[in-house]
Write a protein that binds this ligand. Structure first.
Ligand code: HMG
Length: 395
């Protein structure tokens, strides 16, 4: 009998500071409703110096293992999806492997395709298990990013930072995915990119919205084709999670999907099927690779008991671009497991930054990777401490 494969544990890590977008609007002389209604975002996470991509990834992963009661000796694959890595050669997964004390017999690597990088890791993990290579072991997939656009640019209110860690294994306790039944769409476009010389992403913002929606249409057609070829039953979908660079984008995506599926009630289906997935993204901003998975975490924390046993759809988009649409089923008993994961608890310990603090953090991060000072770590937390003899130090 084929066993199910999917998401067994999920956890977040967010920076300690956030900026209220009303404070950003006041400083930039913009109507706050443009951000809170026009983009549908209230707060954006701002990473301090000691909370780099590795530190955030390690915190999320530690939480997914501990809260999920996962045996780390049985992790055989550790993948980190990121587009804001800290080294051109050494993958974030290498530091994670040590910080989390994972077994030596573990495959580690990093994946990149803009925001799709995390999903690439999840799908690779599912295939690793389905192929038999896992031999009963589980995979740890961590999506970790710090989204930066130039200060004062149109992209600035769509920044964010954070990590989402997922444990993927057989007989998962949260969501069983549908291995092999995915629809892909890729095309070489310049919507958002980050040249090697720049810490900030460069954006053709309105083009990026069109690229996202075109990719959704392409992935949907490809997914329908896969369903036909594999004779997958056309079952209704109870919840839909999208890549969420900002909440309004998910609203646009849902309207597009409704048009493709011949659904007339866009507002009603949005309220029932999508709104719960936007609760956490609204408070964190764009976490790039983790964005789809933050949206799933948000939906599970809000709605798991209503959707146990029901089908959900997931759409991942990465600029450049590539995308994938696929489905899963929330497993029976997931709600109880979700409660023990306390998914949004890390958000309870954040501090609202002043606009001046935010700008100081952003202006100081230009030479952050070259500083030798190893004094910035928060006591007891997994943190980036600085650079010694050219090597990054974590504690
Ligand atoms: P903009 O040009 O400043 O904003 O940039 P706008 O004029 O398009 O307004 C935005 C919305 O606010 C509009 O609503 C306005 O009507 C509304 P819409 O027409 O879209 O429904 N609005 C107001 N609402 C209420 N009260 C008001 C008000 N004023 C205006 N007073 C843009 C917006 C998203 C382009 C910009 O923020 C940006 O460039 N962001 C970064 C790019 C981005 O997030 N793209 C998303 C798709 S690509 C993607 O998802 C990939 C990504 O995650 C990266 C990766 O893969 O690596 C980004």
């Amino acid at each position: 009998m084929t066993r199910s494969i999917g998401i067994d544990s999920i956890a977040l890590a967010v920076p300690e500071g956030f900026l209220d977008l009303r404070d950003l609007a006041a400083a930039r002389n913009v109507d706050p409703a443009k951000y809170t209604e026009g983009l549908a975002v209230d707060e954006m996470a701002v990473a301090a110096r000691h909370e780099d991509t590795v530190a955030l990834a390690a915190r999320a992963a530690q939480r997914a293992l501990v809260r999920g009661d996962v045996d780390r000796a049985r992790i055989g694959l550790c993948v980190v999806g990121t587009e804001t890595a800290v080294d051109h050669s050494k993958p974030v997964a290498a530091w994670l492997h040590r910080l989390l004390e994972l077994p030596d017999a573990c495959r580690t690597f990093e994946t990149k395709h803009a925001c799709f990088g995390g999903t690439a890791g999840v799908l690779a993990a599912v295939d690793w298990i389905a192929s038999g290579s896992a031999r009963g072991r589980a995979a740890l997939v961590v999506c970790s990013d710090i989204a930066r656009y130039p200060l004062g640019s149109a992209g600035e209110p769509t920044q964010g930072a954070g990590a989402v860690a997922l444990v993927i294994r057989e007989d998962p306790r949260l969501v069983a995915l549908e291995p092999g039944v995915t629809g892909s769409f890729s095309r070489d476009v310049d919507d958002i990119w980050r040249p090697l010389w720049s810490r900030d992403a460069l954006v053709d913002g309105h083009v990026s919205v069109t690229c996202y929606l075109d990719a959704l249409a392409g992935a949907h057609a490809s997914w329908r084709e896969a369903c036909r070829e594999l004779s997958v039953k056309d079952e209704p979908v109870a919840r839909r999670c999208y890549h969420v660079p900002y909440g309004k984008m998910a609203r646009k995506a849902h309207a597009k999907l409704c048009a493709l599926e011949g659904i007339h009630d866009v507002d009603g289906t949005f309220a029932r099927e999508v709104a719960s997935s936007l609760r956490l993204p609204r408070r964190v901003g764009n976490v790039y690779t983790g964005s789809l998975w933050l949206s799933l975490a948000s939906m599970l924390e809000t709605d798991a008991s209503d959707v146990e046993g029901r089908r959900i759809s997931l759409f991942s988009y990465g600029s450049g671009c590539t995308s994938e649409l696929f489905c899963g089923r929330v497993v029976q008993g997931a709600a109880r497991h979700v409660a023990s994961l306390a998914i949004s608890e890390p958000l309870a310990h954040r501090r609202r930054l002043t606009f001046a603090e935010y700008e100081n953090i952003r202006r100081a991060d230009g030479d952050i990777d070259a500083t030798a000072d190893a004094s910035g770590g928060a006591a007891g937390a997994l943190a980036f401490l600085g650079v010694e003899r050219g090597r990054r130090v974590y504690g």
